[in-house]
Design a protein around this ligand. Sequence first.
Ligand SMILES: C[S@@+](CC[C@H](N)C(=O)[O-])C[C@H]1O[C@@H](n2cnc3c(N)ncnc32)[C@H](O)[C@@H]1O
Length: 208
Amino acid sequence: MSDLEYLAKLHRPPPEILIELEELGHRDGIPIVDRAVGRLLSTLVHCMQANRILEIGTAYGYSTLWMATAMPPAGHLWTIDPNRERTATAVAFFTRAGVDEKIDVINQPAVEVLENFRHRNLDIIFLDANKEDYPAYLELCVPMLKRSGLMLVDNLLWSGRAAAPPSASDEESTRAIRAFNELFLAHPLLDATIVPVGDGLGIGARVE
Ligand SMILES: C[S@@+](CC[C@H](N)C(=O)[O-])C[C@H]1O[C@@H](n2cnc3c(N)ncnc32)[C@H](O)[C@@H]1O
């Protein structure tokens, strides 16, 4: 048995509603975070008692639900995704899970939203959207974090494409992820690391 198989068996299964959402995402070909990333998001939200969370990339709300169900009762989560069809499914799941009143879904491209987003002192910003804009999102988001707030970013290994030897035929998304990883790890306001959980999760704490 591999380490990952061992760990998958060792953890208790997620709540039924999250399993249902995983199955729906896989059935419809919607990319969602790995279950191990979902668990880690939940643990981080719990340990920080994160009250103010911003997510970029909602889709069916799988990662949103892991975070929203770990937030304290007064917590609030803003999640951005221009795809209304996907977020309609997400909202139906938020309602069933009893967390819909804590969540604002914003159906616009994230750069537009971030340029006018007035909330500051955020505890966590979770980035899981179109990879081409990751470098721009980083610059817009870090100033919105409180000191010691976390910037979390999914897909930094990009299914092995980030680590593969660079080639002229690389997709724009692969180039963007590689550029992002360098920016992220060298960011002057962050103590940042990338851990090989799921498809690679960036974790950066705002230190200044
Ligand atoms: C990987 S999925 C998000 C998965 C979700 N975080 C989860 O784990 O359940 C990426 C989402 O980013 C959204 N997206 C694409 N372009 C975007 C943009 N410009 N701003 C915000 N979201 C965008 C897509 O519509 C898609 O639903």
